[in-house]
Design a protein around this ligand. Structure first.
Ligand code: FPP
Ligand code: MG
Length: 334
């Protein structure tokens, strides 16, 4: 599948999401609802999760329409969690725009997140399948637990690969997993197909979190839409940091730990220095390879599905996420 076909999927989903948003605003044009919903429309996003949901339904022979309300529910849930995440991470910029807390202040942003979450629940209920309501609801609890676990790890001296994976699976992979699984259930997939798509989502989700970690330190803000080094500034034990803490010399380790513990507010000099330690320790290359492994596993998980355009698109999404990162970091950082 070419990039163009993915773009068409995004257009389709955005149009359907737009219709729901317009309907909501017709029913109730309250200021806070308008602020929450227009923000989602104006700032966009990759829409990976809902598209995975729609394609999963098609990949098992079902129709995308059956999965549409759930796909919208998952996108609203994801946006709700990002609004709250921006409060926790003190993130002023999201998707090249002022974040919700930066726009409206923290208190209103909390309510905006809750409101989006409520709308998500309503859209989810529309699918009419208790199994799907249950698996997406479980994902909500997982996301919250993952966010909390990540938060607690910030104060630990040294996280490890195990704790990192636990956070990645809960905080990020849970929504990818729910998207693929819900789509497969709604599309009428059999047990094996549902399991294969579930594990596709899980592996892609972990790969996505690792890619996000790489972009935090190597990405161009013009593309990522967020400032560079935010994870480091927030004391985040990213995969790259965990690797570097095991593969750099004592003074470099102490430097990274001092930055992460926020002994002082790191400036661009500190971020650049941390980046060069990560490069020298091979941490970026390590993270790239691990992300690639998860992408490969994700692709293998659905290799046994009957051939279809939807399956090819799901394979493409996994591969494309990796290509994008590699172009970003090639030559410059490894
Ligand atoms: C972004 O991660 C954050 C998440 C994927 C989940 C955030 C979850 C919560 C705030 C708790 C649950 C809330 C609800 C409404 C269910 P990141 O900080 O690694 O990514 P970023 O760099 O894009 O901010
Ligand atoms: Mg964040």
């Amino acid at each position: 599948m070419k990039e163009r076909l993915f773009h068409e999927e995004v257009l389709y989903f955005n149009q359907k999401l737009g219709e729901v948003i317009e309907q909501k605003l017709l029913e109730c044009n309250h200021e806070i609802l308008r602020d929450a919903l227009t923000y989602i429309q104006e700032t966009g996003g990759k829409r990976l999760r809902p598209i995975i949901c729609l394609l999963s339904a098609e990949a098992v022979g079902g129709s995308r329409e059956k999965a549409l309300s759930t796909a919208i529910a998952i996108e609203l849930l994801h946006n709700a969690s990002l609004v709250h995440d921006d409060i926790i991470d003190e993130n002023d910029i999201r998707r090249k725009n002022p974040s919700n807390p930066a726009r409206y202040g923290e208190k209103k942003a909390i309510i905006i997140g809750d409101l989006l979450f409520g709308l998500s629940c309503e859209m989810l209920a529309r699918c009419g399948v208790p199994e799907v309501v249950s698996l997406v609801s479980n994902a909500v609890a997982d996301i919250a637990m993952g966010e909390y676990l990540e938060f607690t790890l910030r104060t630990l001296q040294e996280a490890n690969l195990h704790s990192y994976m636990e956070v990645a699976e809960l905080k990020t992979a849970a929504t990818f997993m729910a998207s693929a699984e819900a789509g497969a259930v709604l599309g009428g997939g059999n047990e094996v197909e549902i399991e294969n798509l579930r594990t596709y989502g899980k592996n892609l989700g972990v790969a996505f979190q690792i890619q996000d970690d790489i972009l935090d330190i190597c990405g161009d803000p013009a593309n990522t839409g967020k400032p560079v080094g935010l994870d480091i500034k927030n004391g985040e034990q990213t995969l790259l940091v965990i690797h570097a803490l095991h593969h750099s010399n004592e003074s470099e380790k102490e430097y990274i730990k001092a930055i992460l513990s926020r002994e002082r507010d790191p400036g661009i000099f500190d971020i650049n220095r941390v980046r060069s330690i990560l490069v020298d320790a091979g941490s970026i290359e390590y993270a790239l390879q691990l992300a690639e492994e998860f992408v490969r596993t994700a692709r293998n998980c659905i290799a046994g599905l009957e051939d279809s355009e939807a399956k090819q698109k799901l394979q493409f999404i996994a591969q494309f996420s990796m290509e994008r990162i590699k172009i970003h970091v090639s030559n410059t950082f490894i």
